[in-house]
Design a protein. Structure first.
Length: 348
């Protein structure tokens, strides 16, 4: 397994009062306490809302406050705080997770306090570097407009097929989506994260249009300005759910999975509650819920059955999971600014 993804048995809930929290000291706590969780905005926050309600119901006096915000804003507030952090637990994608480790504002996982961590796919757990847990993943694959594409692409290299010439867009390198595309293109044409020249050469020859964001790429597909583009599985699924003629493939040698971690913040006042939250994130019931429509987050826990609605967008078998590609962000993140400058020079 070269690593995503990544968005499920719907029975077998392990999220009852004892199995969800797995923290007897927490269940004995009767005093009013508040856990402040950095979360997502909009619909993607709903799995967190569900988990918050379950924990509050299981723990007298507990209130969980979800704060939707961009990680860079949260980090600025954590840095400015004197003493205890204003937040207790937070998600991070792979690049900011590395920064959080380096700067010390998240803390190492205590595995005994998060028993469900033992059920995580080992390759995903290794990506944490001992800090927090891998909560979910999202996929970077290929989306296409089925009105314009007669034969669906099967591999990343198909972006260079004559059938799609002049109809391909790529994401800007300022995003994780764009960086993932650069990494996988470099790899399939003989390069690597520390040798992106094959990607620059091949993408220059492709002469693609550029979408500045996933939303723009979806709009370009909808307006038939393009026929095909790399895209997040979640965005492709959302577009299809709205009735747009957009389909998603997990191309050979595999789609790129990008993990989202959940970590306790270094100066949290409520480490036991943060542990309970992470344990709930790794429960089979939460993982199955987050994997289903309309979220399509990839599960990080072993044995989750992918719902039928998610199978076009998420690996649903051990063989498919084993195909997932990853990005070595330790080589990309330090030179991210230089990569974006080069991309904009070539494709502005």
């Amino acid at each position: 397994m070269t690593t995503p993804v990544p968005r499920r048995a719907l029975g077998r809930g392990l999220i009852g009062a004892s199995a969800l929290l797995a923290a007897p000291a927490l269940l004995r706590a009767q005093e009013a306490r508040e856990l402040v969780v950095v979360s997502y905005a909009g619909q993607l926050q709903e799995p967190h809302q569900w988990l918050a309600r379950r924990m509050e119901a299981a723990t007298p006096g507990l209130r969980i406050r979800l704060v939707p915000s961009e990680s860079q804003d949260i980090v600025a507030q954590i840095r400015a705080a004197q003493g205890f952090s204003p937040y207790d637990v937070m998600p991070n994608g792979e690049p900011p997770h590395l920064i959080a480790i380096r700067e010390g504002y998240i803390q190492k996982l205590q595995p005994d306090a998060v028993p469900n961590a033992a059920n995580v796919i080992p390759e995903f757990m290794a990506k944490t570097q001992g800090y927090g847990v891998p909560a979910t993943y999202s996929l970077v694959g290929i989306a296409y407009n089925e009105r314009l594409v007669r034969s669906a692409p099967k591999a990343w290299a198909d972006l260079w097929s004559d059938a799609y010439r002049g109809k391909v867009a790529i994401p800007r390198a300022s995003s994780n989506l764009g960086l993932a595309v650069l990494a996988i293109v470099a790899r399939i044409f003989g390069g690597a994260e520390d040798n992106l020249q094959p990607a620059w050469d091949r993408l220059t020859a492709l002469r693609p249009l550029v979408g500045r964001s996933p939303t723009v790429l979806v709009q370009m597909l909808e307006r038939e300005e393009i026929a095909i583009a790399p895209l997040w599985n979640n965005d492709a699924a959302g577009a299809a759910a709205k009735g747009l003629p957009i389909r998603f493939v997990q191309p050979d040698p595999g789609p790129v999975a990008i993990l989202s971690f959940m970590s306790a913040i270094t100066n949290t006042r409520h480490l036991d509650l943060a542990h309970a939250w992470m344990n709930g994130i790794l429960s089979t019931e939460y993982q199955a819920r987050a994997a289903d429509a309309p979220y399509f987050f990839g599960p990080t826990v072993k044995g989750i059955v992918v719902p039928d609605a998610a199978r076009p967008y998420t690996p649903s078998s051990p063989a498919e999971v084993a195909r997932l590609q990853s990005v070595d962000w330790s080589k990309i993140a330090p030179v991210r600014g230089r990569i974006v400058e080069q991309f904009d020079r070539l494709f502005s």
